[in-house]
Design a protein around this ligand. Structure first.
Ligand SMILES: Cc1ncc(COP(=O)(O)O)c(C=O)c1O
Length: 384
């Protein structure tokens, strides 16, 4: 099937997923095998060993490649494993410029592990693309951003940053986890590599970890297939199957997440006890115009300010339906406390620098009936 002649949902259901040629099975089988029989020395059916290739993983990689509009895709055991693979593009002495307001595990990996190998990292607020231009160094090889950011929902103009990067011969990678390719396709705006934690919306059911890099150049394809082979941090056939199954309903789920997200954001925005709501779908969001240009929906991640750690905890303790926990992008509504969960690793000072307070909560609105979610939040807010 061609990449662009069909609609998004058709591609999500069919790309990489033709009926099994052997049996006609409509779903891609889970190829639970570590190795493959070879016909003679140097002759096989296209597969040698499952660290290199597995038909279930291949199908998922083709599906995600098509949905993001790239030239190759490479799946890893988690989002962090995908970022670790991304960083193998670099050599000692190289510099990476990273958004200052990304998932806390990313600077933890960069500063506490990869920096030990002589790679330099610095961080800027990429909401203003001029900050990127000013922070590029002669040895910068990669700019890595998240848009929207976690948890402050700040946006970066992908096109503007891609232009700045390319003028300097630097690659741009974009973590598209929050939007999924249904609402935002960074390659269309000039990104060189798109990264996802497939753990979130792509899988969509909170039942498996995974990560992917979707690339745009032949040398990336060669590089990341080699990294899969050498490092072995690949996605298992079972987990690949789960993501493939999730992707088939991505459009339906994202539309429902987005519709519920708008209702919950409007409810929180009007609530007297909530002093601030961070959601790109609110006209009061400082980058509302960019959100409309760059994304075709606003998603369901909302961060809000309860005023204090005590308030945040009191609210969480009263919830009956919304689940308190890390992660996002599942069918169920999850509420997390960024200061003690996703952004604990960057410390109090790091959080203060980017504006994450102890009273902030981040909600990943699921696809339950939205009136039930509002009812649960409404009664929990009585605690404040
Ligand atoms: C935006 C974003 N990127 C990357 C990651 C890391 O992904 P994983 O947990 O699959 O390793 C997360 C995890 O929460 C995330 O929210």
């Amino acid at each position: 099937m061609t990449d662009t002649k069909t609609g998004f949902s058709t591609r999500a259901i069919h790309a990489g997923q033709a009926p099994d040629p052997l049996t006609g099975a409509v779903n891609v089988p889970i190829y639970a095998t570590s190795t493959y029989a070879q016909q003679e020395i140097g002759k096989n059916k296209g597969h040698e060993y499952a660290r290199l290739t597995n038909p279930t993983r291949d199908a998922l990689e083709e599906s995600l490649r098509v949905l993001e509009g790239g030239t190759s895709a490479h799946c890893f055991g988690s989002g962090m494993a995908a970022i670790t693979a991304l960083i193998t593009m670099l050599r000692t002495g190289d510099h990476v410029l990273c958004g200052s307001n990304v998932y806390g595990g990313v600077p933890r990996l960069f500063n506490q592990i990869v920096a030990n190998y002589g790679i330099e990292f610095s961080y800027v607020d990429t909401a203003d693309p001029e900050n990127v231009r000013a922070a590029l160094r002669a040895n910068t090889r990669l700019v890595h951003i998240e848009t929207p950011t976690n948890p402050l929902m700040s946006l970066t103009d992908i096109r503007a940053v891609a232009d700045i990067c390319h003028a300097a011969g630097v690659d741009l990678s974009v973590d598209n986890t929050f939007m999924s390719p249904y609402f935002q396709r960074p390659i269309e705006f000039g990104a060189d590599i798109v990264m996802h934690s497939t753990t979130k919306f792509l899988n969509g059911h909170s039942d498996g970890l995974g990560g992917v890099l979707v690339c745009t150049r032949p040398e990336h394809k060669e590089r990341f297939a080699f990294v899969q082979k050498c490092t072995g941090g690949i996605l298992s056939p079972f987990e690949s199957y789960l993501v493939l199954r999730g992707v088939k309903t991505l459009a339906l789920r994202m539309r429902h997440h987005d519709a519920n997200g708008r209702v919950v954001a409007a409810f929180l925005d009007k609530h007297a006890k909530i002093s601030r709501v961070f959601y790109p779908g609110l006209p009061s969001h400082p980058q509302y115009d960019l959100a409309q240009r760059q994304m075709s929906g606003f998603g369901s991640l909302i961060t809000f300010e309860t005023g204090s750690l005590a308030n945040a905890n009191a609210l969480l303790r009263r919830l009956h339906l919304c689940i308190v926990g890390e992660s996002l992008g599942g069918v169920e509504t999850l509420i997390s406390h960024p200061a003690s969960m996703t952004h604990a690793a960057i410390g109090e000072e790091g959080r203060a620098r980017i504006g994450i307070t102890d009273g902030m909560l981040r909600i990943s609105v699921g696809i339950e009936d939205v009136e039930d979610l509002i009812g649960d939040l409404d009664q929990a807010l009585l605690a404040l």
